[in-house]
Write a protein of this length. Sequence first.
Length: 251
Amino acid sequence: MRKKIVAGNWKMNLDKSSSEHLVKEILESTQEKKDIQIVLSPPFIYLEQVVKDCVSRPDVLIAAQNCSAYDNGAFTGEVSTNMLKSIGVDYVIIGHSERRQFFSESNDVLMNKISLSLSNNLKVIFCCGEDINQREKDLHFEIIEDQLKSTVFKLSANDFSKIVIAYEPIWAIGTGKTATSDQAQEMHGFIRSLITNNYNKDISDNTTILYGGSCKPSNAKAIFSEDDIDGGLIGGASLKSADFTSIISSI
Ligand code: PGA
């Protein structure tokens, strides 16, 4: 059966002491549950410390927010998948709309990052999502299909089974506008049917598909209760331990 995951993407927020404090509070106010995975995704600079802080909690895994599209060598400022693996990171978030938009990451760049992550035994949280114009023109299904076909659907079945998909409508990220649970379920069901067509039902049934975009304590329960929604990728609300742990307990 597929895993339920609640992942906190801190983005470029928090200083060192607030990051340590947040981790401490999250660990204190949650208990290990077999079927739920908590994922914390701090900025690179705090990753190693957060890995160490969570070592006694096998249900809490750590994600990098990005990785280099290159293996190693003369790439000033970059962090390789091999380095991430060597400090105990478990996941890499790839394809987030902020990286596509502000750092011009193309499908080819995303594919390089995915391949390098998988070859270094890192799992991938792969984000997809349409913008408001595409949604208003009723192009959202087409856009998501295209984003998946140009990237993760090129993987072998074995490699695809290491991918978690996060559906994040761009118009809902950081805006306070959440997709309704019907809108989210409709897209998650569509993504699952695409996985069945591209691979098979077994792989589709076992793929975790997260929702992201203004998910908060007040709407998490309704969103997570939908059949094809297996948890969330949480931005703003993952920076406050009370909000994040309340979202975790909604699953
Ligand atoms: P948000 O961000 O929860 O602040 O909308 C979600 C994300 O970007 O992953």
